[in-house]
Design a protein around this ligand. Sequence first.
Ligand code: PAF
Length: 278
Amino acid sequence: MKLIHHIAELRTWREANPHVALVPTMGNLHEGHLHLVNLARQHAEHVAVSIFVNPLQFGPTEDFTRYPRTLERDADKLRECGVDLLFAPDVSQILPATPRCQIALPALANQLCGATRPGHFVGVATIVLKLFNLVQPDIACFGKKDYQQLSIIRMMVEDFNVPIEIIAGETQRAADGLALSSRNQYLTPDERARAPQLFQQLQLITHLAQQADANVSQLEQNAWQTLAEAGWQPDYIQIRNRHLAEPTPQDQQLVVVGAARLGNTRLIDNLEFSRQPA
Ligand code: PAF
């Protein structure tokens, strides 16, 4: 595996390596990322992974400085997985100055996670577009765990005719159902034991909402209430269609998305499901 920190070297590598699938990450890799690496390998001759903790996607009071940076360990894992390129640039390479241009995103970017994380998705989209332009992959893989991020990236790629195929990886979970996330390590042992409650509420909703006559907002409210009573600070629990628009009665392919804070840690999760025709 080649480890590259500079854009000039990346360009040289890319010229010599056709047909590339990129897995963009912020490092601190877990099984969820490695699943994406394996998915990438199934779709392209060469696999590139980027590790860049993107300052643009963190709010002023968020965890940018304490976000775990574990480059050596990450590189070992990727080497074991047979990754061809690890691109791990410094902030000075990717953001030599504050970008003057910004991507305007659809209203979805200000809803759900965007409602409490203003500017987050513009920060994500800006860096993802830069990484796309730098690596110029044929394919890029993103996890469904960040469902809203995935939806927005798909919209950006479609609207700007970015010639990259986006492939989504299924959320990887611990044995008790908790979605794997680098932020899980912020949880205390007691919080970690309670953390699957978010997934359990989403499961309950998908079970109950499958009936065409289910009262969707009541289900969302019940889950919210249950989490609040269990000591969480729920942010949102919402049923949407698979493009994350408000579902119409005709929509049968749905997803329930949720975000809630447990102590100091904000967790997100989602589950896709189908419901009977109305
Ligand atoms: O999902 C992530 O790790 C980040 O949001 C991404 C896509 C690498 C952009 O910084």
